[in-house]
Ligand binder design. Structure first.
Ligand code: DAH
Length: 343
C-alpha cells in the first residue's frame, strides 16, 4: 500500500509539471483527488486491510494526500499569475498616447469681448492706456463729481440699482466715473480708455437691458481742442466702419462736458443714402462726447485754466448689435450658447 501511495504521489508531481492552464489543472485534480479518483480508489482498497496495517496506511495516505494537495495549490498559484501577466500584456495601454481624433470643443470669445479687444488695440496704438474702475461705484463718482448734483434731472435718466443699507453706493450707470478716477490716479497729461460693464434700472425690451457695456475715452493735456476730439472719433469710426465713413457732430447736453456733442457716423448699411437701420437719416448715433467741463477737471485735481481735454463714451453693446445686425439686446447677456457660438 505504501508503495502505491508513493507511486501516486510521484505520478501527481510529474503530471503537475506539465500543467499550464486551469482546465488541465482541474482535469488532473478530478483524476487524482476526485470522488472517484485514484486517491479514493486507494482509500477504498485500504478498507480491506487488517487493523494494524490499515492504521499505518491511513497515516501514510493522509500525509501523501496533504503533499499532493500542497503541490496542486502551488501549481494553481503559478497558473493564475501566468494568466494575470498574460492579461496585463494584452490589456496594456499607453497613457501618454494622445486621444487621436477626439477634438475637445473650442470656445470663443463673447462678441462684446471681441469688439472691446479690437478697440483696445486701436486705442493702444494711439497711445491710450486701458483703465478700469469699480462696477459698484460711489454716488459721488457716478454723479456728483461729474457735475450731476443730487437734484439734477439727469439722475432720473440714469436710474440704477442702489445697495440696501448703503445709500451712497450705486451700480455705475456709465463708465464716465473712471474719467475722474483716472485723473486722480494718473494725473495729467492723460490719454485713457475705459471699457466696462454698466447697469441701469430698465424695463427690459429689445433695446433696453439692465446690464450693458460702454467704452469711455478721456484725453487731457495743454491746448486740447474740439479738433483733436473730432480727429480721434473719426479714426475710430473709420476703423469700425471703413475708410469712407464720415462723422458729424451736433450739439447735445451732457452735464460733464461743455460744449457737449452727439457724434454720428454715416450709416454703414446704406452708406448714407437712408435705410431702415438709420431710420432714413443716413446717420447712426454712436458717440456722446464733448470738452470736459471745468468742474469735472477740478474734481479730478486738474487745473482747468492750464489744461483742457475731451471725453467721449459709446455703447460697446450697441456697436456689437449694429455690427452683427442683432435685433434684441437681451441676447448679449442671456448666456444662450446657441446665440454665442455664432461669433
Ligand atoms: N456717459 C454718457 C452716457 O452714459 C456717455 C457720454 C457722453 C460719455 C458724453 C462722455 C461724454 O464721456 O463726453 O450716456
Amino acid at each position: 500500500m505504501k508503495e502505491q501511495l508513493d507511486q501516486l504521489k510521484q505520478f501527481a508531481l510529474e503530471s503537475l509539471q506539465g500543467v499550464t492552464d486551469n482546465d488541465s489543472l482541474e482535469r488532473l485534480r478530478v483524476e487524482i483527488l476526485g470522488r472517484k479518483g485514484k486517491m479514493a480508489e486507494l482509500m477504498k482498497a485500504m478498507a480491506t486491510l487488517g487493523d494494524e496495517d490499515r492504521k499505518a496506511a491511513g497515516a501514510a495516505a493522509n500525509e501523501i494526500k496533504a503533499a499532493i494537495e500542497g503541490a496542486f495549490a502551488t501549481v494553481a498559484g503559478r497558473v493564475e499569475s501566468a494568466a494575470r501577466s498574460e492579461r496585463l500584456g494584452r490589456e496594456w495601454i499607453d497613457v501618454t498616447e494622445p486621444t487621436i481624433g477626439v477634438r475637445s470643443g473650442m470656445g470663443n470669445l463673447h462678441p462684446v469681448t471681441q469688439v472691446r479687444e479690437d478697440l483696445e488695440d486701436l486705442f493702444s496704438s494711439m497711445g491710450f492706456i486701458v483703465a478700469d474702475g469699480p462696477e459698484l461705484e460711489s454716488e459721488y463718482y457716478n454723479f456728483t463729481a461729474l457735475n450731476i448734483p443730487a437734484t439734477h434731472p439727469a439722475r432720473d435718466m440714469q436710474d440704477t440699482f442702489y445697495i440696501e443699507g448703503h445709500p451712497d453706493m450705486v451700480m455705475r450707470t456709465h463708465t464716465s466715473p473712471v474719467q475722474i478716477r483716472s485723473m486722480q490716479k494718473y494725473g495729467v497729461p492723460l490719454r485713457a480708455i475705459v471699457p466696462g460693464r454698466c447697469f441701469r434700472n430698465e424695463a427690459t425690451d429689445v433695446r433696453h437691458e439692465h446690464t450693458f457695456h460702454q467704452l469711455e475715452g478721456v484725453v487731457i493735456d495743454k491746448g486740447i481742442t474740439l479738433g483733436h476730439m473730432k480727429g480721434v472719433l473719426e479714426t475710430v469710426a473709420k476703423h469700425l466702419y471703413g475708410s469712407e465713413t464720415q462723422i458729424r457732430l451736433r450739439p447735445k447736453f451732457y452735464p460733464f462736458v461743455e460744449p457737449g456733442v452727439n457724434g454720428e457716423v454715416t450709416c454703414f448699411l446704406c452708406k448714407g443714402a437712408g435705410c431702415r437701420l438709420c431710420k432714413k437719416s443716413g446717420w447712426l448715433e454712436v458717440f456722446g462726447a464733448g470738452m470736459i467741463h471745468p468742474n469735472v477737471l477740478r474734481e479730478g485735481g486738474v487745473d482747468p485754466d492750464v489744461y483742457s481735454g475731451f471725453a467721449f463714451g459709446f455703447g460697446l453693446t450697441r456697436l456689437v448689435m449694429l455690427k452683427y445686425g442683432i435685433d434684441d439686446i437681451r441676447h448679449l447677456e442671456g448666456g444662450d450658447l446657441r446665440f454665442l457660438k455664432q461669433f
